[in-house]
Design a protein around this ligand. Structure first.
Ligand SMILES: Cc1ncc(COP(=O)(O)O)c(C=O)c1O
Length: 387
């Protein structure tokens, strides 16, 4: 079997239906959405209907969604924009220690300009404690930003409770839903969310497109200046093909959500069980139940994660150590260290992330190859001691 793609948390294959819907916006309807002629109107109509599709999947109003260049930009606009608007009110922000760098680095930049940031620790399954959050909230807290689901270990945070607690203390709540959209139901009203980040390429949409939900009335200032597009918060000519693609991807995900979750978690559970059955000295990282339907993250004793990824690649299986964003840096994953793994264990971790495009046959193939690859790597490892 060739090309088993199990790196869907890094990025996903674009759905053919998404491509089909995007193509006319390169070939025929290539106008600028701000232009007054018919080309412009075609583009602005597409912009409006895609905005509606994105709003619908999270139960927002159309005018509460702005398009961005991806998850990173959405996180930056949300955190820096709120910090800028509320600087006079308070200078304290709360986040978690296992956020994606798009949030962590943004918070660190605010620390350098005088803000105080609390990084909530997580337990051994990757969950923050609501008690810690309660203890950290104070009069100066303007924003709580905690991700919905983690990109490395898949742990799902109790966002509804986090949002409620933030609001009780007069703070806003932002969540990075880049990994959870299309894999978990999201309702910004029910879940007490003021700002929510989305990325197209994680749900079978195109790369370089994202969205930010900003609840009506939320204080926020621009961090990008120009022609005043997207309510003045994200100036730049709209990427209409990308926006159309994101809209279609949301539409498909919304319609198939329950079916997808059931199907993908079946594959995930088969993979986890198969690995435990066939390979000794293995641990599952992340929460056993409160985890994304598509996430398998495991540590294998005495094996180096990168060697494993390369060996799997030779067998036609695409996987990842930790997260793709940090996989080129030879540092142990901050997420795996935060859940208490020793550095040596963190280095021996593998992430297999699934999507609705994977098949049972592919999982069988991985379970056929992986034990053999593991035995060979362990046989060569000076750290391996068979009992
Ligand atoms: C949780 C999370 N947030 C943000 C991002 C960044 O998204 P983008 O690649 O669209 O900038 C990623 C991408 O890996 C992610 O996993």
């Amino acid at each position: 079997m060739e090309n088993v793609y199990l790196d869907n948390s890094a990025t996903t294959k674009v759905d053919e239906r998404v491509i089909d819907e995007m193509l006319p916006y390169f070939r025929t309807y290539y106008g600028n959405a701000s232009s007054l002629h018919s080309f412009g109107r075609d583009a602005s109509n597409a912009l409006a209907s895609s905005r509606q599709r994105v709003a619908e999947i999270i139960n927002a109003r159309n005018d509460e969604v702005i398009f961005t260049a991806g998850g990173t930009e959405s996180d930056n606009i949300a955190i820096l924009g709120v910090a800028k608007a509320l600087r006079e009110k308070g200078d304290h922000i709360i986040t978690s220690s296992i956020e994606h760098p798009a949030v962590l680095e943004t918070c660190e930049s605010l620390e350098r300009s005088g803000f105080e940031v609390t990084y909530l620790p997580v337990d051994d399954k990757g969950m923050i404690s609501l008690r810690d959050l309660e203890d950290s909230l104070c009069e100066r807290t303007i924003l709580v930003t905690v991700m919905h689901a983690n990109n490395e270990i898949g742990t799902i945070q109790p966002i509804r409770e986090i949002g409620k607690m933030a609001h009780e203390h007069g703070a806003l709540f932002h969540t990075d839903a880049v990994q959870s959209l299309g894999k978990l139901p999201i309702d910004v009203q029910r879940d007490n969310i003021d700002l929510l980040s989305i990325s197209g390429h994680k749900l079978h949409g195109p790369k370089g497109i994202g969205a930010l939900f900003i609840k009506d009335g939320t204080p926020i200032k621009p961090i990008i200046y120009g022609g005043g597009h997207e309510r003045g918060l994200r100036s730049s000519t709209e990427n209409i093909p990308g926006i159309v693609g994101l809209g279609k991807a949301c539409d498909i995900s919304k319609r198939d959500l329950e079916k997808d979750i059931r199907y993908i978690s079946g594959l995930r559970d088969k993979l986890i069980k198969g690995i435990f059955d066939e390979i000794p000295k293995v641990r599952l990282n992340g929460h056993p139940e409160k985890r994304l339907c598509n996430n398998v993250n495991m540590s294998f004793e005495a094996v180096e994660g990168e060697a494993l990824v390369l060996a799997l690649d030779r067998a036609g299986i695409a996987s990842s150590t930790g997260s793709a964003c940090s996989s080129k840096k030879s540092k142990a994953s901050h997420v795996l260290l935060a859940i208490g793994l020793r550095e040596v264990t963190a280095y021996g971790s593998l992430r297999l992330s699934l999507s609705r495009m994977n098949t049972v046959e592919e999982i069988d193939y991985v379970l056929e190859k992986l034990p053999d690859i593991m035995s060979k790597l362990r046989y060569m490892s000076p750290l391996w001691m068979e009992e």
